[in-house]
Design a protein around this ligand. Sequence first.
Ligand code: SAH
Length: 346
Amino acid sequence: MDNTNNTHNINILDFSLAGLEELILSLGEKKFRAKQIFGWLAKGAASFDEMSNVPAALRHRLEESGYYIGQPEVVLEQVSASDGTRKCLYEFRDGARVESVFMKYSYGNSICISSQVGCRMGCTFCASTMDGKARDLTGGEMLGEVLRMVRHTGENINHVVIMGMGEPFDNYDEVARFIRLINSPDGFSLSQRNITVSTCGIVPMIRRFAEDFPQVNLAVSLHAPNDNIRRRTMPVAKAYDYDALMRACREYTDITHRRITFEYALIRNVNDSKDNAEELAGRLKGWLTHVNLIPLNEVSGRDYKTAEGRSITAFRDILEKKGIAVTIRRTLGSDIDAACGQLRRR
Ligand code: SAH
């Protein structure tokens, strides 16, 4: 990066501590200033002026050289009256908008962040993909989503799930940057075990992820017991078939010894029958998994209906009987537009 060119706008949140040290040294400043700035950023500083122990001359120098702190602005917010879930529509400097959701659980506070502006995976039940992908987010912008939420709510965040808009494995390098940034002991210092990445099933990336981040949790959006049904709703299934996906997932558990989570959104008359449950149980029998059943969030402009309550419990019971760990996801914030991508479209 050319840091003398002040016509560039550079998000300083994209810098690792090592990168920041290099930058600070190149400006003729003392190296320890980088650690100070990195710490301020992780504590949520939204302007250089807040960094009270950093000399004013250096703060101005950074600004004049085109560096800025890329926290998004909150342009719209929905707060659930029932459970405190808060959904924010964020806007970045270039006008790109994404969604982020803050949720309270018994074990702590969680944020669901976006990894892309829109999505190009084309799942037919999902709102985020309806206008395609506008651009990728950078790792620093993803960090900005978390930092803004902490600042905005005044709450701690203990768990980050990359399950908002976008496909993280379609933007692997920046998602990797984000994980390293938020995990940094001189920064936000979030344990990798408290991070979950959700993929629609980009098979080659699952193995790479297992090797790069064996402590980060992986969720795989399955949504079907076989290729036939999966291809109807998830175009990615045409590129990577069910068997290839299952092989990659087994490899993942072999490498990491971690339990994989399968997401399964129950769609009425599409994937919610007892036969579908039996077939899924057969696929998953005998290995370290957890199935998350999600009552479909109905999206306006899509024909799909959520499964009926009794088919949801029947589905769960069948998996349970086959010894598969399964939960029906608590629907948080059901009084707000909780399905991601819906707020942005309004
Ligand atoms: N692209 C990633 C992460 C983003 S979506 C992935 O596919 O996993 C997060 C989860 O929400 C995925 O499991 C996705 O399939 C699911 N999802 C999308 N639209 C939904 C809807 N309308 N109702 C319920 N779940 C939905």
